[in-house]
Design a protein around this ligand. Structure first.
Ligand code: PMP
Length: 286
C-alpha cells in the first residue's frame, strides 16, 4: 500500500507525487530537512520535541532565504501521521528550491514543502556500534553552518561509505586540533568516573537528542579530545533515529559494559513513550 505524503498543502499517495528533473535542489542540494520521531504512547501517537525540530528547520531555511512557516509545517506533520495512521514512525519534512533557473541566485525559484512519514526502522541497528576515526573532516561551520542543509550531507555520506569499506558501522569526525566533532548522523557522549559529558564542537549539529540527554543526565557539555574519548569508561551516541546507542569499540579500543549508557537509553525510551510525567511537555499529540 502506498504511503501518503503532504506536498504543498495537499495529501496524496507518494507514488503519484513528483518533482521536475530541473529541480534546483536536485542539482545543488538547496534544501533543508528534519528527522523527527513519533512514538506510540498510552494516549496515542505523539511527536517528540516537534517545536524544536521545526525551529532548527526554520533556521536552515533562513540560511538560504527560503520562507518557512512553522505553524504550517507542524500541521502538515500531524496531518500526514494521521493520514498514514502511523504511531511509531519516522517523519521527514523537506523544504526545497524547485524550478525557475539553474543559476545560483535563488530569488527566481519556486519553493516547496513536503512531509513524509514512514513506519519506524532502527537507524544503526540494535547492536552496539563500532566506530572508526574518519580520514574526512567535517564541514566547517564557517563553510556550511551545522544545520540540516541537504547538500551538507554529502560530507556525511562520503565518511560513512569510507568507514563501511573498512568494516565499521560509522565514522567519527575529528578536527585538525584533535578535538572530537560528531559522527555522520549522531552526537557523541562519554562517561568517565560516573560523569556524563556531551561533546561540544562548533562544527557539530546541535542535536535535539543531545539536548534531551544533557537535561536528563545533568551532563556537562564541553570540548573533548580523541585521547579523552579513548580513555573514557563508556562512549555513546545520540540522535533522533539512533536514540541512545552505546559504542562497542573505537578503532582498536574496545569498551566494556555500558551501564550508564544503557540506563540513559532506558530513561530516554520511557520519556519519548510518554512514561515520564515530568517530560510530557516534550510530546505533541497526533
Ligand atoms: N549530527 C548530525 C550530522 C545529524 O544528522 C543528526 C541527526 N539529526 C544529529 C547529529 C543528531 O541530532 P538530533 O538528535 O537532533 O537528531
Amino acid at each position: 500500500m502506498s504511503l501518503n505524503l503532504w506536498f504543498d498543502g495537499r495529501i496524496g499517495p507518494q507514488d503519484q507525487l513528483a518533482a521536475p528533473l530541473t529541480t534546483h535542489a536536485m542539482h545543488y542540494g538547496t534544501a533543508v530537512f528534519e528527522g523527527i520521531r513519533s512514538y506510540a504512547t498510552p494516549d496515542g501517537a505523539a511527536v517528540f520535541r516537534l517545536p524544536e525540530h521545526l525551529e532548527r528547520m526554520r533556521k536552515g531555511a533562513e540560511a538560504f532565504g527560503a520562507r518557512f512557516d512553522v505553524v504550517e509545517a507542524a500541521a502538515a506533520v500531524i496531518a500526514v501521521l494521521q493520514s498514514n495512521q502511523h504511531r511509531d514512525a519516522y517523519v521527514r519534512p523537506l523544504l526545497w528550491y524547485g524550478t525557475g533557473s539553474l543559476g545560483l541566485d535563488v530569488a527566481p525559484l519556486s519553493r516547496h514543502l513536503m512531509v513524509a512519514s514512514m513506519p519506524w526502522k532502527p537507524h544503526l541497528g540494535d547492536k552496539p556500534v563500532r566506530l572508526t576515526v574518519s580520514p574526512f573532516r567535517r564541514n566547517r561551520a564557517e563553510a556550511l553552518p551545522p544545520l540540516k542543509l541537504s547538500g551538507a550531507y554529502v560530507n556525511s555520506i562520503l565518511a560513512k561509505r569510507e568507514a563501511g569499506s573498512r568494516g565499521f558501522d560509522d565514522a567519527l569526525f575529528m578536527d585538525d586540533a584533535g578535538f572530537v566533532v560528531e559522527c555522520t548522523g549522531v552526537n557523541v557522549f562519554l562517561v568517565k568516573g560516573g560523569q556524563v559529558v556531551a561533546v561540544e564542537h562548533p562544527d557539530a549539529l546541535p542535536g535535539i537528542t543531545r539536548d534531551t540527554i544533557v537535561e536528563l543526565a545533568g551532563a556537562a557539555s564541553r570540548p573533548v579530545t580523541l585521547e579523552e574519548l579513548l580513555e573514557a569508561d563508556e562512549v555513546f551516541l545520540t540522535g533522533t533515529s539512533a536514540e541512545v546507542m552505546p559504542v562497542a569499540a573505537l578503532d582498536r579500543r574496545a569498551y566494556g559494559a555500558t551501564p550508564v549508557a544503557n540506563e540513559l537509553r532506558a530513561r530516554y525510551l520511557r520519556v519519548v513513550r510518554g512514561g515520564s510525567p515530568a517530560h510530557t511537555h516534550w510530546l505533541t499529540s497526533v
